[in-house]
Design a protein around this ligand. Structure first.
Ligand code: ADP
Ligand code: GLC
Length: 506
């Protein structure tokens, strides 16, 4: 099961090499000079977004369009289907085990990016988020929902989806599409695939008794397959079967091969790294993060016009009901989850306030964190303002108006918010981990603290207060942070080169 057949064998010309191996798909593609890439994702910011994955999925395929024939595949959640413009049914995807059959629809975004959507109402058309209901509880059939997505990608790559377009390579993202290379392998196909890990902590774990309903051959429930500590892990299967693994920063790529950050998958990932099949590629950010042109800001500004930044700070204080102040303004813009270390940030609030600082917070997530933040806001009226929820306009105004962004993440595969903050002259104060270590130059474009503890964070906060008291230093750091490049060109070039080498090796 461990050895993948070579792409130039009979599998690529249409017939499964392992008939009867459990999964039957269709005809195989032949790579061309401008490779056809199917980018498979459970979030796509045009229609649906929970975090950074949605933004990456909207930006990266668009930037890669000049090098590759890019198309996106995503589930037809209610919110997606309701926003599609013209829709054409291009194919029918058969069932497998308990995974229902469904239609494959094709649509395009306003800027002509082709998007395939899985029309499977019993799995996707419901109120709530992509992964759970309005209370935040995971959908109990997430195994079927995201097995449907992975299987669909495998079927499309095998020619069973759109007869007019068969991808040369699958680009999967996170556990939600990670079963695709596994379904291909079980059907004897060797279509090249790249799996990007945006967050290793979500391993897509399900009980073993679900093997049959997921159409997984029992022989694949093995250390060399989908098995992980007695459960099925979609992500582990993807890491095992995909041709190449990427993750979203170089430091995170080094971290996930260690027991501390490897979530139990470090051994497998270490093997990939040693084989040259694990690469870190840092995310870019959208060019709309420009303080001179962003229409959401109280006033546009640039490094030559600090009055504009001050105007945004004043507007922000008003919006959050804070007192007029000349002290430093800290922001937290985050999903309120354990990963982000906000329990530690909450403990630091008292010190910030005592030192004459103010804080604005926006986010939503774990109710315990939401409640402690709301309680702190009642304790410090005029000093701490909070908005539970997430609204991009508010987030932009917060980054434009604040002096510092707190980001004490326990781990951070890449992180986009610290880069947004830098562009808007708000200096990130962050734990030296993952993408934060790769995008923040300590003392130049932000502040990093090495050890994740209240003491570590407070040390960095005291440093930020010193910087705030020295306007020339503050301006120099803001200027350096704002000068960090935006855009996705570098990342896209790196992904294109991985596609190329993966196709060549196949
Ligand atoms: P992550 O994806 O782990 O949340 P990133 O920094 O990569 O971290 O991505 C942050 C993006 O997530 C933001 O730009 C925004 O689109 C979204 N986001 C941040 N906070 C929230 C929130 N509270 N609710 C919903 N989306 C949020
Ligand atoms: C995940 C990670 C975050 C990363 C994002 C996009 O949500 O937590 O660090 O920036 O994916 O790759």
């Amino acid at each position: 099961m461990g050895e993948r057949p070579k792409a130039h064998d009979s599998a690529r010309r249409g017939r499964p090499t392992k008939p009867g191996s459990g999964v039957t798909l269709g005809a195989d593609p032949v790579p061309r000079s401008r490779p056809k890439i199917l980018f498979v994702t459970s979030e796509f910011a045009d229609y649906v977004k929970v975090g950074g994955l949605g933004e990456v999925s909207a930006a990266l395929p668009r930037t890669l369009r000049n090098k590759c024939d890019m198309r996106v595949l995503l589930p037809g959640y209610r919110d997606v289907v309701s926003q599609l413009q013209a829709v054409e049914i291009v194919g029918h995807l058969p069932s497998c085990g308990g995974i229902p059959a469904c239609d494959l629809a094709r649509s395009t975004t306003g800027d002509h990016l082709a998007v395939y959507v899985l029309l499977c109402p019993q799995l996707f058309e419901r109120d709530g988020g992509p992964y759970g209901d309005a209370t935040g509880a995971d959908w109990t059939d997430n195994d079927l929902r995201f097995a449907r997505l992975g299987l669909a990608a495998a079927q499309i790559a095998s020619g069973t989806g759109d007869p007019n377009w068969i991808p040369d390579l699958l680009h999967l993202n996170d556990w939600t599409s990670a079963l695709a290379p596994a379904y291909l392998a079980w059907s004897g196909r060797s279509i090249p695939s790249v799996l990007t890990i945006h967050n290793l902590a979500h391993r897509g774990l399900f009980a073993r008794h679900r093997l049959d309903r997921l159409g997984i051959p029992h022989a694949a429930f093995d250390i060399h397959g989908v098995e992980f500590c007695g459960d099925i892990s979609f992500l582990k299967a993807g890491i095992f079967y995909a041709s190449h693994i990427t993750t979203v920063s170089s430091t995170y790529a080094q971290e996930i091969v260690t027991p501390e950050h490897g979530c139990g998958l470090h051994g497998l990932l270490r093997g990939k790294l040693d084989q040259g099949r694990l690469t870190g590629i840092i995310n870019g950010i959208d060019e709309s993060w420009d303080p001179l042109t962003d229409p959401h800001l109280a006033r546009p500004f640039s490094p030559d016009d600090w009055k504009g930044k001050d105007a945004n700070a004043q507007a922000l204080r008003r919006t959050f009901g804070l007192a007029v102040s000349r002290g430093p303004l800290f922001a937290i813009v985050s999903r309120l989850v354990h990963q982000k270390g906000l329990d530690i940030a909450i403990e630091a609030i008292e010190t910030i306030v005592r030192q004459g600082g103010q804080i604005v917070v926006t986010g939503k997530g774990e109710s315990e964190l939401e409640q402690s933040l709301c309680q702190m806001a009642r304790q410090y009226p005029g000093k701490l303002g909070i908005k539970i929820g997430y609204e991009e306009t508010t987030a932009r105004q917060m980054l434009a108006g604040s002096d510092f962004l707190l980001m004490p993440s326990r781990f951070e595969p890449c992180g986009l918010t610290q880069m947004y903050a830098q562009r808007f002259g708000s200096l990130p104060v962050a734990h030296r981990t993952g993408g934060l270590a790769d995008t923040i130059q300590d003392g130049v474009t932000g502040l990093l603290f090495p050890e994740l503890s209240l003491g570590g964070l407070l040390g960095a906060i005291y440093r930020s207060l010193d910087i705030y008291r020295s306007p020339p230093r503050l301006r120099a750091m803001r200027k350096a942070a704002m000068a960090r490049p935006t855009g996705w060109n570098d990342a896209a070039a790196n992904y294109a080169s991985i596609y190329d080498s993966t196709l060549t090796a196949a």
